[in-house]
Write a protein that binds this ligand. Structure first.
Ligand SMILES: Cc1ncc(COP(=O)(O)O)c(C=O)c1O
Length: 380
């Protein structure tokens, strides 16, 4: 499968790009859609705005298809942080409430909650690098827990949580369940119904292969109106182009979180990216992405001068692999790899590799050969 899709990713000819957990290279289908939109804007302006709005709706629907939700449950926001902030600033907190989060979250998934401490809300952060992370999170909850907020997959070491288990616990105990899904959407399937998720937020620029600045924000209809609206604008109404009306009532759908003109350019790009993933199918994408990560992990683990960081149990692993070279600083190796056109990231205590589904074993071997060469050189 990687052979047939590699041609859609011109970056494979130049780079061994192992950094989809940061920002992904675009498939050519995305850049073609953006170029066509630029040309359309240049030649015809917004003459065909109805078609743009139809695509905007279809983009929501594609997100909904990916999540097993309804298009009405999807708002298109700017980024993951914005969606999580809408939840944090929208819920009616009482002093003494608490929020439970893992202690290793990316700042997007603790800063919005930490801001609530000035209103008397307690933030409980919990070590999830234990045998049973879900149990640890559950044990941190009590009768004043209003919300559990987790990343589906941890950004630094790829630890994957069992979302259905957490969602079931939260629903049973009347606790809201909020998921930062940016490190899972586009890598692995995610079903908001099966996971009993109340709120979910994820930008498009990582595994989803889209641009920065366009994010999906899912809200379960039954809890949507618990979120007070802190932004107001004409686009959050049903029939937004009806400019004269007596009653300005925000839509009951997730459109209520979209106050003004949309990021049409981001929508064009994301729509194309989602189209590709849905056409291939997320189970195929996941199998290939996990397979590539497993290949990197096993090849690196075979070396004495490399320590694999992150989860050991197969069901906890994802397409993120983190390793520490022995005898060489991670920063030096990361920089030398970049020079050698192998793109990784420095995260946690090591180097993070994040391959995607379309990359071939030959391409991964090129990256592995560079790592081996640099380590051999350092030890000689
Ligand atoms: C877990 C996680 N959440 C959020 C983000 C980014 O958030 P935003 O879309 O607000 O830039 C990242 C980026 O690295 C991330 O790894």
């Amino acid at each position: 499968m990687s052979e047939s899709f590699a041609q859609l990713f011109p970056s494979t000819r130049r780079l061994c790009y192992l950094n989809h957990a940061a920002i992904a290279p675009w498939p050519s289908t995305v850049s073609q859609a953006v170029q066509a939109f630029a040309e359309e804007n240049t030649q015809f302006g917004a003459r065909d705005y109805d078609a743009w709005m139809a695509r905007e709706d279809d983009c929501r629907q594609r997100f909904a298809d990916l999540l097993n939700a309804s298009g009405d449950d999807i708002a298109l926001l700017k980024n993951t942080s914005e969606g999580l902030s809408v939840v944090a600033q929208g819920l009616p907190w009482q002093a003494g409430d608490n929020i439970v989060i893992p202690d290793c979250e990316f700042p997007s998934n603790w800063l919005p909650w930490a801001k609530l401490e000035s209103r008397g809300v307690e933030l409980r952060s919990c070590d999830i690098h234990v045998a049973e992370p879900e149990q640890a999170l559950q044990q941190a909850c009590d009768e004043r827990t209003r919300l559990v907020a987790v990343s589906a997959i941890q950004y630094a070491d790829g630890l994957r949580l069992q979302l259905p288990r957490l969602g079931r616990f939260c629903r049973q105990h009347g606790i809201l369940f909020c998921v930062d899904a940016i490190q899972q959407l586009g890598m692995l399937p995610l079903d908001v119904q099966a996971c009993q998720i109340d709120f979910l937020s994820a930008d498009a620029h990582k595994w989803l292969l889209g641009p920065e600045g366009l994010a999906v924000f899912y809200t379960r209809p039954e809890v949507r109106e618990q979120l007070q609206l802190n932004q107001t604008g004409w686009r959050q109404m049903d029939n937004p182009f009806q400019f004269q009306r007596d009653v300005w009532e925000p839509s009951a759908t997730a459109r209520r979180f979209e106050p003004g003109s949309p990021n049409m350019l981001g929508i064009v790009a994301t729509h194309a990216a989602l189209g590709l993933l849905l056409e291939i199918g997320m189970s195929q994408v996941a199998q290939a992405a996990l397979g590539n990560a497993e290949y990197l992990r096993s090849q690196l683990a075979a070396r004495d001068d490399i320590e694999i960081l992150g989860p050991q149990a197969p069901e906890r692993r994802s397409a993120i692999v983190n390793f520490r070279p022995r005898g060489l600083s991670p920063k030096k190796l990361y920089q030398d790899l970049r020079e050698a056109r192998v793109i990784s990231a420095l995260r946690g205590a090591g180097i993070r590799l994040s391959p995607h589904f379309y990359q071939s074993t030959e391409l991964l071997d090129q990256g592995l050969a560079k790592i081996a060469g640099l380590l051999d050189l350092a030890s000689s």
